[in-house]
Design a protein around this ligand. Sequence first.
Ligand code: MG
Length: 159
Amino acid sequence: MKMRVGFGFDVHRLVEGRELWLGGIRIEHTLGLLGHSDADVLIHALCDALLGAAAMRDIGFHFPDTADEYKGIDSKILLRDTVQLVRSKGWKIGNADITVCAERPKLNPHIPAMQQCLSEVMGIDAGDVSIKATTTERLGFTGREEGIAAYAVVLLEKS
Ligand code: MG
């Protein structure tokens, strides 16, 4: 069995007048993430981890943020297409572990819904998708609520 680990990282700015989408679900908040797509920073980090494990470049390479077809796109579509890309190379997803850094809103109540949503999009068990939330103790851009950061690690397997 061949195994590959991949890592992904992403940041989006928090602004007024945008919906907050994280882990494929909409979360009620006074601010939302700014981006060409729905700016779901958690999914973007996850896509980069998947692509990284397969040595298939990054999310911006496959889905450029200058392309009209991706303007305002639901990031679940990008995740679905990314999973198809890595599966097309014979890879099977082992598990994913994701950490989101946000001062607010409190994400813990939303984590089961995110796990359910992402596992359905990826076609894997919810138990193979771990999502963790942390603050940065009011330090840095996430602590000042200027943005949200996400880190993801993925294991791919091929027999
Ligand atoms: Mg992004």
